[in-house]
Design a protein around this ligand. Structure first.
Ligand code: FAD
Length: 295
């Protein structure tokens, strides 16, 4: 069953995001996290794709592990960063030969130390081109049950000067063959509903799954804002700073994420995609608070 099939099911999907481990200790922690998260019977788990060759091959390893050991559909992130069209084609072919059918097509973040994103001289410039390439390669190999998702940005969409471009870019991705989107993290339900409404007005009918990040330390709140450019709500930062223990901070972060997720589901979101930072406790508490786990 592909992610498209799951999204047509009618009840909210539950999914998680993991990133490829960088050390043997992180590998062990990830194995444990996967084990615990698998018990909540998620609909899929996505694996991010880094800028360096090493993390890229680790991403593939995690994707394979999920498919083989946990029988959870992996959603393989893929980016255009620093790869030629021929290299991307080869990676897509390898994934397809391993049975991967679900992809998240992204332009990608610039590699560390590079201020601005630059396309590879023989590569792709925008995510919509990667959607097209995925469809072309799959078609050439006779694969017709491919699901291609893309990124959407509710907080950026809320800025008047980006609003039209944000919708146009999403439309281009759908026209290229994307069938669902996952959002960047955001903290206001109205940003999500406004983005979805504008999308529907422009004929974008793909399901748009909101990404929710339980932020459980003030350090992480700062880092998340730096990475995404989306400010962490001041009341959440204050609650994390006020907390007198790690447990109290986690409870505050999970409660915040839970409120947002409930509002989003009530507003018609087709599911919740939970950022885990490869740690299971907060993610687990969040999905339990929402009643999304079948445990
Ligand atoms: P694009 O859609 O290509 O957009 C990039 C910029 O170009 C935007 O400013 C857009 O407005 C503009 N643009 C797009 N198309 C056109 C066009 N045809 N003409 C003119 N302008 C255009 N990054 C990673 O490196 N690895 C990951 O695994 C990863 N996972 C992510 C998962 C999610 C759910 C999200 C939301 C983001 C993820 N990112 C990841 C980050 C993402 O790659 C960056 O945010 C990147 O800056 C934008 O990616 P995009 O796919 O939206 O790019």
């Amino acid at each position: 069953m592909t992610i498209d099939d799951l999204l047509r099911r009618g009840s909210p999907t539950l999914s998680y995001e993991l990133f490829p481990p960088r050390t043997p200790a992180a590998e062990d922690a990830l194995a444990r996290t996967m084990q615990v998260l698998a018990e909540t019977a998620p609909d899929f788990i996505s694996i991010t794709y880094g800028a360096s060759g090493t993390t890229r091959s680790t991403s593939r390893g995690v994707v394979q592990l999920l498919a083989e050991q946990h029988t959870i559909p992996p959603l393989a992130h893929l980016t255009c960063v620093d790869q030629s069209r021929a290299e991307l084609t080869e990676i897509i072919e390898e994934y397809l030969s391993e049975g991967v059918r679900d992809f998240l097509a992204l332009r990608g973040d610039p590699p560390r130390g590079q201020a601005h994103w630059q396309p590879h001289p023989d590569g792709l410039t925008y995510a919509n081109e990667l959607v097209t390439l995925l469809r072309e390669v799959a078609h050439a190999h006779g694969v017709d049950d491919l699901t291609v998702g893309v990124a959407a940005f509710p907080a950026q969409h809320a800025m008047p000067r980006w609003r039209q471009q944000s919708t146009d870019v999403l439309k281009r991705k759908q026209d290229a063959g994307a069938t669902f989107a996952i959002t960047q993290v955001f903290y206001e339900t109205s940003q999500y509903t406004a983005m979805v409404e504008d999308a529907r007005d422009q004929g974008i009918d793909m399901p748009i799954i909101p990404e929710v990040m339980p932020i459980v330390t003030s350090r992480r709140a700062i880092r998340a804002a730096e990475l995404t450019g989306v400010p962490t709500p001041v009341e959440l930062v204050a609650a994390l700073e006020r907390a007198e223990s790690d447990d109290a901070a986690r409870a505050a972060g999970v409660a915040h994420a839970s409120r947002l997720s409930r509002e989003l589901l009530d507003a018609g979101a087709p599911g919740i995609h939970v950022i885990t930072f490869n740690q299971h406790q907060a993610a687990l508490e969040l999905v339990e608070s929402l009643g999304l786990t079948t445990r």
